[in-house]
Design a protein around this ligand. Structure first.
Ligand code: AMP
Ligand code: MG
Length: 404
């Protein structure tokens, strides 16, 4: 892994491109076959091919009557059969119609369906059709959605309710998915205390651990929670040595080149490590390396920085390790609801809300303030070297695109 050798700051897209390249070098490609009930959030390991035509036979889109268009001469037709959803019906007798319900197979020899609202049932039971008919009307043809053999989901698709529903519609009871990534989660810092314990002078509660733990779990990782590393080299060494069988070591804090850079020191002894200085705010220092062959990503410790760098860099890195091609969140163009008069040298990700369709940032954008993100609905991007006037377009990434 090469160091950030360019002078200056590394643009976000370059950092992402490097991380994705690294991810491709260490794919998490073991697979398992799971029932549909257990695949939510997992990544499909092989393309899903349709095993049948969908729908498997022409069926009615309406409650009404199936008939042969050629039989309709304006004269009422007798009803020769009744076909409910789930029944097969018989070939339609010439000169008759079939009472039919939504989802029921359109019988052989019938070629259109008229909805019951446009039909009049006469006293003798025959049916008069009140409107002109069209061949194929209200018939969902066989295979209109999918043909047998079609690839309906490529390998690398992230499975959610829609994909799971689609697999079910094709009769697929199980899917082959990538196994869950195992991520060791480390927090660093002598100042950190777990929620529930009292705070002594100089201490703060460990928020990153819980933020990332929940996020990684939602994403589908098995989290090996390695707790808090004190700012102490021997204990950092010891904690790292105790981690085995993980796909990624993810840490927060202790990555600036400050005096308390124990994590960096321990990694340098038993692996390799690069410190990337990113053109991103909040954020900036990102540790990328290996510890005894295990990839390591060290996120900056300030909670808003942890959030932004995980969302924009570590999460897509994990996605690519699982074989996902599309790792980009959906971005929206929205007008700025603020002025930005001082161009910066780092790309800012303002925790912002949409108010009347305009991105409005939280008043306090300090990287230590996680409340900004709880108030916000997403990240408003202000590119490096730019100014904005209220109403200018900017990119907004909703949190809903990032938080799973
Ligand atoms: P560091 O990168 O270790 O210098 O940390 C930068 C800032 O983030 C400091 O103010 C730390 O106290 C804070 N910080 C580091 N880790 C955490 C954490 N797990 N939870 C909350 N704040 C943290
Ligand atoms: Mg620290």
């Amino acid at each position: 892994m090469s160091c950030c050798d360019k002078p200056g700051l590394l643009p976000v897209e370059d950092a992402l491109a490097r991380l994705l390249t690294l991810a491709e070098q260490s794919p998490i490609d073991e697979t398992e076959v799971l029932p549909l009930g257990a695949v939510d959030g997992r990544v499909l390991a092989e393309p899903l091919l349709a095993g049948l035509d969908l729908p498997p036979w022409p069926n009615s889109a309406m409650d009404g009557y199936a008939l042969r268009h050629a039989d309709w001469q304006g004269e009422p037709l007798p009803v020769s059969q009744k076909i409910f959803a789930g029944q097969a019906g018989e070939a339609l007798q010439p000169g008759t119609c079939a009472r039919i319900f939504t989802g029921a197979p359109v019988p052989d020899c019938a070629d259109c369906v008229e909805m019951q609202e446009n039909a009049e049932v006469l006293a003798d039971g025959r049916v008069r059709f009140l409107e002109p008919l069209r061949v194929g009307q209200h018939v969902r043809p066989r295979g209109q959605e999918t043909r047998q053999g079609d690839c309906v989901l490529p390998a690398g698709s992230r499975l959610g309710p829609i994909e799971i529903g689609l697999a079910a519609s094709l009769g697929q009871a199980e899917l082959k998915v990538r196994r869950r990534p195992r991520v060791a989660l480390l927090s660093t810092g002598d100042e950190l205390v777990e929620p529930g314990a009292p705070l002594a002078a100089g201490q703060i509660y460990n928020s990153n651990r819980h933020l990332l733990h929940a996020w990684l779990q939602r994403f589908g990782c098995d989290v090996v929670d390695a707790g808090i590393l004190p700012d102490d080299l021997p204990r950092t060494r010891e904690a790292l040595a105790g981690l085995s069988g993980v796909d990624l070591i993810l840490s927060t804090g202790g990555v600036s080149v400050g005096e308390a850079d124990f994590l960096g020191a321990a990694l340098r002894e038993a692996g390799e490590l690069a410190l990337w200085k990113l053109a991103i705010k909040p954020g900036k220092p990102l540790t990328v390396g290996h510890y005894r062959q295990v990839p390591v990503i060290g996120l900056p410790g300030n909670p808003a920085s942890t959030l932004v760098t995980f969302a924009l860099l570590a999460r897509p890195y994990l996605m690519r390790r699982l074989g996902m091609q599309n790792v980009e969140p959906l971005r929206m163009q929205v007008p700025a609801g603020f002025d930005w008069s001082k161009p910066g040298n780092r790309r800012e990700y303002l925790r912002a809300r949409l108010e009347n369709g305009r991105a409005v940032p939280y008043a306090n954008q300090s990287s230590g303030v996680l409340r900004s993100a709880a108030w916000a609905e997403g990240l408003a991007e202000v590119r490096e070297g730019t100014t904005l006037k209220e109403g200018d377009w900017l990119t907004f990434i909703p949190f809903s695109e990032l938080l799973d």
